[in-house]
Design a protein around this ligand. Structure first.
Ligand code: PAF
Length: 297
């Protein structure tokens, strides 16, 4: 049966997931800012094999009640809370909300602030590039996981069909993605390089230090992650998305706010709470904050 999944956040990843759902004969609905009007827009996706997929997708303002079986949140980390506010005003509390943004912090804050809602979280390591407003290129095959935060019940099967793997304990996966983002995103933004360039030996010492600090913070948070594992994940994502310009590099280049507070900022804040050193992550936080001129949490 066709499932309607609302997607909040029309960036490259939101559009990639919408096109994947279409390909599996489901009905994505893109939720747009409250001041916009409902309309159908032609979208295009260039897949990894070079083939082009086109689809006409419905867009609807996020403050107008809609029928949907789940909401996927693919906004930037710092937008998640404000973008969800108009949706929470009409969404039945039992409808699953899956937070898929980079970084950590908003997941815990939202689940605490709105305990009546059905919160799930997930992560994906796909690379995707927005070519034009409604045209996206899939630049790297990733892994996709999701699981309950405070959520109960079942998620629509459509999510399994587009490659999400269910995890009863999603927190370690969120930390795994945080680790990848905390190594790749700030360094690519600071050096203006592609993900693949980070895999070169010249960056190894810096990546090792970031991995060591992160492993210690994760351990203090009860998450078992060895520094060697973190480094290996980072290198494998950097290679799988080698031609990709990370989302943070794209944000810095376009002079947009970055997700540095929910990535390095979260690591620094957790390190401080446990009395641990996170100087390499603090250095990245400072450098990217200066580059982007403004950050938000
Ligand atoms: O933020 C990003 O760019 C992506 O999460 C990732 C996985 C680092 C690929 O570029």
């Amino acid at each position: 049966m066709a499932t309607t999944l609302a997607i909040l956040g029309g960036g490259a990843i939101g559009q990639l997931l919408a096109m994947d759902l279409c390909q599996h004969r489901h009905s994505p609905l893109l939720l747009t800012r409250p001041e916009t009007t409902a309309r159908i827009i032609q979208h295009q996706l260039q897949r990894l094999d070079g083939s082009i997929q086109q689809a006409s997708l419905p867009h609807a303002p996020s403050n107008q009640p809609q029928h949907c079986d789940a909401v996927l949140v693919t906004t930037k980390a710092y937008q998640a809370e404000s973008a969800l506010t108009p949706v929470l005003a009409w969404l039945p509390p039992s409808t699953p909300i899956v937070l898929l943004h980079n970084g950590m912090g908003p997941q815990q804050r939202l689940a605490q602030r709105f305990p009546e809602h059905n919160w799930w979280a997930g992560m994906l390591t796909d690379g995707a590039l927005k070519l034009e407003s409604h045209s996206v290129r899939h630049t790297g095959q990733g892994v996709r996981y999701l699981g309950p935060l405070s959520g109960q019940g079942q998620l629509p099967d459509a999510l399994t069909e587009i490659g999400f793997i269910s995890e009863a304990a999603i927190l370690p996966r969120l930390w795994q993605k945080l680790a990848v983002n905390a190594l790749i995103n700030p360094l690519t933004a600071c050096y203006g390089c592609t993900n693949g360039e980070l895999a070169r030996p010249g960056h190894r010492a810096e990546l090792q230090r970031l991995s060591d600090e992160l492993a210690a913070v994760a351990k203090a948070e009860g998450i078992a992650m060895e520094a060697e594992q973190i480094l290996a994940w980072c290198l494998s994502v950097a290679e799988a998305t080698c031609s990709n310009r990370s989302s943070m590099l794209q944000d810095v280049s376009a002079k947009r706010p970055t997700e540095i507070d929910a990535i390095s900022g979260f690591v620094v804040e957790r390190a401080r709470a446990h009395g641990l050193c996170a100087d390499a992550h603090r250095h990245n936080l400072d450098r990217v904050s200066q580059l982007s001129g403004c950050t938000k949490t």
